[in-house]
Design a protein around this ligand. Structure first.
Ligand code: ATP
Ligand code: MG
Length: 327
């Protein structure tokens, strides 16, 4: 599977037949089981999958932390086997488990990080200030890293990565622990950098972020790729159905429950019905009919409706369906 819309076949990342196996209790298991994909320059690649699917392992291999068992990897069109040093200079990594210089203040640790990247000292201080400001860290710049909250730590970890210029950034669940404002801030900043040519390899479990950011989505399960395409195409592929959501003013009575039970049993057009205290979500490939008969029923029985909506499938629906089909 590859996104071959690049006629020169010049890819930022090109992975072929990648396998990573571990021996546990003398049984060899492929954690990464023969995956291949290409990523275009200047795009956001969303790498999705359930816990333990192999996302972090793949990132560790692509960033030279782990050795693959077999397979070939090219980054910036160069084999990582022989060029990892040169490649590392041009990439940034926000790992899932951050490491810290606990005793240093936020500002000092960032200055150190910039220095290690070779930033000239006069420019380094300015760059640190800029990033402190951008990631809303200025007011806590004197606090030691070990005294930070989890979300603040995450923000420092991300901010320090942007201290150096790079062409490719790996983000392994970067928004975990971030508050909504910090998350939106980060996503917008990434978008802006991508417009300027940055390529981003992005993992998350939050599907709205995928919708907002990703040009391509790759879903892996148990080390194998099960989907790879644009969000639009995947929504179409899994989107012959729509989701009807009906919110009632009052909690759902037994009478209404029975109505939906009957509707579900008698209609081949309904794929799934879920409910909360006062909401019904119906997934159907013939939503107009279902909607019409349901509204009719509710109206005739004098049941007050708070809101009705008809929605396309979300990336979350795509993700859940792809995994269900792959069981
Ligand atoms: N050193 C190791 N030895 C044996 N198995 C390992 C080792 N490292 C990782 N694994 C296994 O590889 C699988 C993939 O782990 P990985 O961390 O890549 O998952 P992930 O997709 O990043 O999951 P999450 O969403 O929870 O972060 C897991 O089943 C894990 O137990
Ligand atoms: Mg992981």
């Amino acid at each position: 599977m590859s996104n071959n819309n690049n006629s020169n076949n010049r890819f930022c990342i090109s992975v072929k037949n990648l396998v990573k196996s571990y021996n546990t209790s003398n049984i060899k298991r492929n954690t990464i089981d023969n995956i291949s994909f290409d990523i275009d320059y200047g795009t956001v690649f969303g790498f999705l999958g359930p816990n333990g699917a192999g996302k972090t392992t793949t990132i560790k291999i692509l960033t030279g932390i782990l050795q693959p068992t077999t397979g070939s990897i090219k980054i910036f069109e160069k084999d990582i086997k022989n060029n990892i040093k040169e490649i590392k200079r041009r990439i940034g990594v926000v790992t899932q488990n951050p490491s810290f210089e606990s005793n240093l203040t936020v500002e000092r640790s960032m200055e150190l990080y910039g220095f290690l990247w070779g930033n000239p000292s006069n420019m380094n201080k300015d760059k640190v200030r800029e990033m402190l400001d951008l990631f809303d860290l200025t007011s806590i710049r004197e606090v030691r890293n070990e005294d930070l909250s989890i979300g603040q730590r995450r923000r420092v970890q991300i901010a320090r990565e942007f201290l150096h210029d790079m062409d490719l950034l790996f983000l392994d669940e970067p928004t975990v622990g971030l508050d909504p404002r910090a998350r939106r801030n980060l996503l917008n900043y990434i978008k802006k950098q991508v417009k300027h040519g940055l390529t981003v390899f992005f993992t998350t479990h939050i599907m709205e972020e995928v919708d907002y950011l990703c040009d391509q989505i790759c879903i892996i399960n148990k080390g194998k790729i099960i989907e790879f395409d644009t969000p639009q195409i995947l929504k179409q592929k899994y989107g012959s159905t729509k989701k009807i959501e009906i919110i009632l003013q009052n909690p759902i009575s037994k009478q209404i429950h029975d109505y939906f039970k009957k509707l579900s049993a008698n209609s081949i057009d309904i794929e799934n019905i879920e409910n909360t205290e006062n909401t019904f979500s119906i997934t159907s490939n013939n939503p107009q009919n279902i909607l019409l008969s349901t509204v009719n029923y509710l109206f005739q029985n004098n049941i007050q409706i708070e809101n009705i909506s008809l929605n396309d499938p979300s990336i979350e629906d795509v993700f859940l369906k792809a995994l269900k089909n792959n069981k």
